[in-house]
Write a new protein. Sequence first.
Length: 229
Amino acid sequence: MFSGEVIGMQAGDAKQQRLAAMIVRKKATKDQGEKLMRRQITQMSVSALASGLLLFPTTFGQEKPKSDDYAAVWAITGGGAGGSSVPINIHVNRYNTDQEMKSYAELLATKGPDGLRGVLEDEDVGQLSPLGRVGTPLAIARRLVRGDKTIVRVLSVRNQSFAELRSSGRSVDYPYTILELVLDKSGKGTGTAIGAAKIRFNKKKNIYEIESFQQGAAYNKLLNVRRMN
């Protein structure tokens, strides 16, 4: 549309030509920005998947019978909320088995994100809570010992406010909170988090993808992570 406007203007009207050229440049910049945003979202999906915040491997071992408690400080290091932090507690009643994870993976592949979410909303294997506040149930908890490191990954179906649901914005399509804790032999360490994420199965690539609504693990750090029992 803008190219046609430029062509149709009189050659002598320099002011209109400059105005049209500026509009064309603005549109080009907007298109570039949208392409960059799509590219960043794709990179976030790959990054989150590669960092292992929620994969579906068979290497995680079997269910660990006793419960575990962890504490950490969730710190946001970028974006509009950069500089904020909140202490959190994570209580794990039990860890999911390989068979459970396999069934979730198959459900996502066959029934899609809504099918998986419908099942996970009814799961309760623990609790994720900001310090001193009511938290949300954990739908998934996994634990892996790799060398001298212990990796704990948990997922909860996040609470969405009435205002968020009423506005029907993009955020409602990102229903999960995902955390990864990496602890040493003493039970201390660090971690990463995604406050609002969605999970999908890419049939073309035959892989599971995690996408963050905002900055993802790059801007959400878990500090002073420690096992409490």
